[in-house]
Design a protein around this ligand. Structure first.
Ligand code: ZN
Ligand code: ZN
Length: 421
């Protein structure tokens, strides 16, 4: 029986891996410009990290984690996101002792046992940024700008940026009580999810996707009207900096985040042509998380971008670069004897940095030339019986059709010279 890839996973084949490299390279270039340095943390962590770092009441922890006991009896989980791992590494390596904020980024696979559907996988990939150690709001604006820059460099225009403030542990309880008072009377009409959120996390009712719930909560009090002075100043500061930088944004009071450790800035970037899956970047401030994981209180902000969706968007818009398959030279051999010389020449050309191919199946000369055209190759170096005897190579320029006899030692120079023309 043939074994296929597990449900919810996807092979990235050579034809599309160049697309991934392009998107990843763009992310790295933007991070370099903005001063973010790459961190690579393990793909699995102690389960405890995610229980504390994501929250035991979340869907991720309750339903979606790949958790197992390893042979040493430890509970291990494949990372469902990478903020917790990054913060763990920040504490473990005492980055707080270095100049702050620590500006970090990551690119890599994440794992969630989710229902696979268009654009959603069980192994998926994220590019994310975390800025740890600054209370903002300048750094908040900076990471938003870096995200916008990433999408812009890829050619994705007409993005919608939504921002909100979710307050802090000082002002949020006041708001919670207000929203509970406002919705209590009509609670029976809300969906089941919303009813269960009412006590635990009433703010989440605002981002219910159910239309009826949205209608019912339309006139609910807004957190922006209940912010404490500190949060209000912070939110105003963020808007001032974004406006100064010429970034278009919209206020979205329904943009909330579920957990207590999220504070102040929350934002989302949408790319409308993707329809139901239009959110391409989500992030926000999490000033309470580092304490949750065992460090001293430290302000921080970050976001994650789902790369599958980005690639889907680029594909839809025809913005992916074409896959490069061409090579500089194909070394063709006349028979088994000259094949050894062909191998030697190919090795020398490759060492000199030229993309070089040869035949591996014992094909005849005619079939080899056909093969060379398929790549396509700019040059074919033919080693025939006579040429081999004189230590020479017949070098054919496939664009002009010209052929000349060249010393074996001169092939690289000849190719380079003609390629420059
Ligand atoms: Zn506050
Ligand atoms: Zn609902």
């Amino acid at each position: 029986m043939e074994i296929s890839a597990p449900r919810g996973t996807k092979d990235i084949m050579p034809d599309s891996s160049s697309h991934w490299q392009y998107v990843e390279r763009t992310a790295r270039e933007v991070c370099r410009a903005y001063g973010y340095r790459e961190i690579r943390t393990p793909v699995f962590e102690h389960t405890e990290l995610f229980l504390r770092g994501i929250g035991e009441t979340t869907d991720i922890v309750q339903k979606e984690m790949y958790t197992f006991t390893d042979k040493g009896g430890r509970s291990i989980t494949l990372r469902p996101e990478n903020t917790a791992g990054t913060v763990r590494a920040y504490l473990e390596h005492k980055l707080y002792g270095e100049s702050q904020p620590s500006k970090l980024y990551y690119i890599g696979p994440m794992f969630r046992y989710d229902k696979p559907q268009a654009g959603r996988f069980r192994q998926f990939h994220q590019f994310g940024i975390e800025a740890i150690g600054s209370p903002g709001p300048i750094v908040d604006a900076e990471i938003i700008l870096a995200a916008v820059e990433f999408f812009t460099r890829l050619g994705l225009k007409d993005l919608n940026l939504f921002i909100n403030s979710v307050g802090c542990p000082k002002c949020r309880p006041v708001y919670r009580a207000k929203i509970q008072d406002a919705l209590r009377g009509s609670l029976g009409e809300f969906c089941e999810d919303c009813r269960s959120r009412f006590d635990r996390n009433p703010m989440r009712i605002l981002d219910c996707k159910n239309e009826k719930c949205q209608q019912l909560s339309k006139d609910a009090p807004r957190l922006a009207d209940c912010l404490c002075d500190e949060c209000r100043d912070h939110f105003a500061g963020l808007q001032t900096v974004l406006t100064a930088a010429g970034v278009d944004y919209q206020l979205n009071p329904r943009l909330v985040r579920g957990l207590d450790y999220y504070t102040k800035t929350a934002f989302e970037i949408q790319y409308p042509p993707l329809g139901a899956q239009s959110a391409v970047c989500g992030g926000g401030r999490y000033d309470g998380l580092i304490e949750e994981i065992g460090g001293s209180p430290t302000p921080a902000i970050g976001y994650a971008i789902g790369l599958e969706r980005v690639i889907l968007a680029l594909e839809k818009q025809g913005l992916l670069p074409s896959t490069e398959t061409g090579i500089a030279v194909f070394v063709a051999a006349f028979d088994d004897k000259t094949r050894v010389q062909a191998f030697k020449l190919a090795a020398e050309l490759r060492k000199a940095g030229l993309a070089c191919e040869m035949d591996y199946l014992g094909r005849g000369l005619k079939a080899q030339l056909k093969q060379a055209n398929r790549y396509p190759a700019r040059f074919v170096a033919i080693i025939g019986e006579e040429e081999a005897a004189q230590n020479k190579v017949a070098l054919k320029n496939m664009q002009t059709g010209e052929q000349q006899l060249v010393d074996a030692g001169q092939v690289e120079q000849k190719i380079r010279a003609e390629m420059e023309d």
